[in-house]
Design a protein around this ligand. Structure first.
Ligand SMILES: [Zn+2]
Length: 329
């Protein structure tokens, strides 16, 4: 069941037993890093829970009203709690609306399913209000919380849910999925490694032109140390408008320097960029491990700043200048 989602067999087994059980918990927490398939499995599970056929055929009225692929989620027994488009947080008003819905019995299915997409993104007020819902779950409800930062959840919430942990899947599985895309075997191998067992990340990287970005990042590393840093920046085409592109560039730089550090310090290096090992070996010769570690710290800081919506151009330029100074030390 749920074959479109790769791996996580233990979690799937648990959910299959959950479907068959007579007495079952009201709330589940799917936790783990971004891109591992938590959301996809939550959606498929919700669909199966609400399906009017017992054999899981995808053609009943309920399934038609809950078509996540088309963005059609007009099912009367399905509730979604997630940050609104212009916000990073789930607000108390949104939780109150869900609580208001708990007065109504299911319309079509036997259950109601509520997915909380971003349980770690509730404001303190929202979380406290949500706790009441967990303390007295409405009859027939199944609540699925999704979170990347488990620590951000209230202990009182954690104690009322059954936790299903999502771990990265085997790199070879990710490689298999990628091979079905228009990628060479070599590219599939690199992306599977760079994404560290996250299918979602790997697919996103392939769509975002990771290799073009990596080429640019490699050109920067080759140019270091910069004789005329400011002139170089003026002509180097750093991404300056799009956050996704900027983060992709930083990520590419990170995995290249990571491999260079590994080549310096590890006897048998488990490289991500398996196709560039000769180039990276040569580049690494000009660096001390200390300088590479420093550069990786600068990159982490830049990445974090970008997630907090810092100015793209300033952040990237500062990062490049810092790395250049480290290389010159
Ligand atoms: Zn159905």
């Amino acid at each position: 069941m749920w074959d479109s989602i790769l791996g996580h067999e233990q979690n799937k087994d648990f959910l299959i037993k959950f479907l068959q059980a007579e007495s079952r918990p009201h709330a589940l927490l799917f936790c783990g890093e971004e891109g591992l398939g938590k959301r996809a499995l939550a959606q498929q599970f919700a669909k199966t829970l609400l399906c009017l056929h017992t054999d899981g055929v995808d053609n009943c009225e309920s399934c038609r009203l809950l078509n996540f692929a088309d963005g059609n989620i007009s099912h009367p027994d399905f509730l979604l709690l997630a940050p609104e488009e212009d916000s990073r947080n789930i607000k108390i008003e949104q939780v109150k609306e869900i609580i208001r819905q708990s007065a109504f019995a299911p319309v079509l299915a036997k259950n109601k399913v509520c997915i909380v997409d971003g349980a770690d993104k509730m404001t303190a007020d929202a979380a406290n209000s949500f706790l009441k819902l967990l303390e007295e779950p409405p009859q027939g409800w199944v609540i699925i919380l999704i979170a990347t930062a488990e620590n951000a959840l209230l202990p009182t919430i954690l104690s009322r849910v059954v936790r299903l942990r999502f771990n990265p899947v085997d790199v070879s599985l990710v490689r298999e999925v990628l091979k079905k895309r228009q990628l060479t075997e070599q590219e599939a191998d690199v992306l599977a490694r760079v994404s560290e067992g996250s299918v979602g990340t790997a697919l996103a990287l392939s769509e975002q032109q990771f290799f073009a970005c990596r080429k640019q990042a490699l050109a920067l590393i080759e140019a270091l140390p910069l004789p005329q840093a400011f002139n170089y920046l003026a002509t180097f085409n750093l991404p300056d408008k799009d956050y996704t592109q900027a983060q992709l560039f930083v990520k590419a730089l990170q995995v290249l320097l990571r491999d260079m550090l590994l080549l310096k310090v590890a006897a048998s290096a488990d490289l991500y960029n398996t196709d560039l090992s000769a180039e990276l070996q040569e580049l690494a010769a000009g660096w001390q491990p200390r300088q590479l570690r420093g550069a990786l710290r600068e990159i982490d800081n830049a990445y974090k700043a970008l997630t907090e919506s810092a100015g793209i151009k300033l952040t990237l330029e500062a990062m490049v200048l810092q790395i250049d100074m480290l290389r010159k030390e």
